[in-house]
Write a protein that binds this ligand. Structure first.
Ligand code: DX5
Ligand code: ZN
Length: 219
């Protein structure tokens, strides 16, 4: 599967969000990672479906990879589908009925994803492997950009990669948290094909050079 680099706009300059998205896309990003936080499921507050709708209306057509860190989640899933999300990922802890939530995403026409926190076992994955197009492994505790990569995530990536390999379907394996040009290759070796990077890209003064360094590391 082709490697995808997914800048997280959590670390972008929100006063110039549209421009920042155009800049990372011009710099070689494949998709845009859109972090949604509610100050309840995670201790931080970001942006909702209105902002995504505005970005679409402003002509941004890139694949939007929406990572929902909100609880409850079902109502917002529907709103993000209407706003133009392409991929919507949810945490099993954020819904009483994961199977139903993934169904709402699929029925709305978006691709469903499931997210595992550092302390959450992959147990639920076997039950919903047929229902997801993306598995996201958190390599930090969700809520903030700029945290340190948790090394044990590499083992979890490898376990998830093995489960995905048992499926005849194309399922992406994404890693999120603390990814930079120095550790991206280790994540790829463990099986990741989609790499979220927030601070590593947006805190650098040359987005294209940073994304190129990531691609060079991936080989
Ligand atoms: C954390 C978010 C991440 C975050 C990654 O809760 O899900 O997407 O933006 O930021 P970095 O790459 O700085 O760890
Ligand atoms: Zn994220």
């Amino acid at each position: 599967m082709k490697h995808w680099i997914a800048p997280s706009i959590l670390s972008a300059d929100f006063s110039r969000l549209g421009e920042e998205i155009h800049d990372v896309l011009d710099a070689g990003a494949d998709i845009i990672h859109y972090d949604v936080m509610d100050n309840h499921y995670v201790p931080n507050l970001t942006i909702g479906p209105l902002v995504l709708k505005s970005l679409r209306e402003a002509g941004i057509t890139a694949t939007m990879d929406v990572h929902l860190m909100v609880k409850p989640v079902d109502q917002l899933v529907s709103e993000f589908v209407s706003a133009g999300a392409d991929i919507i990922s949810v945490h099993p802890e954020s819904t009483e009925h994961l199977h139903r939530t993934l169904g709402i995403i699929r029925d709305g026409g978006a691709k469903p994803g499931i997210v595992f926190n550092p302390a959450t076992p992959l147990t639920a994955l076997a039950e919903v492997l047929d229902l997801v197009d993306l598995v996201l492994i958190m390599s930090v505790n969700p809520g903030f950009g700029g945290q340190k990569f948790i090394e044990s995530s590499l083992n979890k990536l490898a376990d998830a990669a093995e489960m995905i390999a048992s499926s005849p379907r194309d399922i992406r394996l994404e890693i999120d948290g603390g990814i930079n040009p120095d550790n991206i290759a280790a994540a790829a070796d463990a099986g990741a094909d989609t790499f979220v990077a927030g601070s590593a890209i947006f805190s650098s003064n040359d987005y294209a050079a940073t994304i190129k360094a990531m691609r060079d590391a991936l080989g």
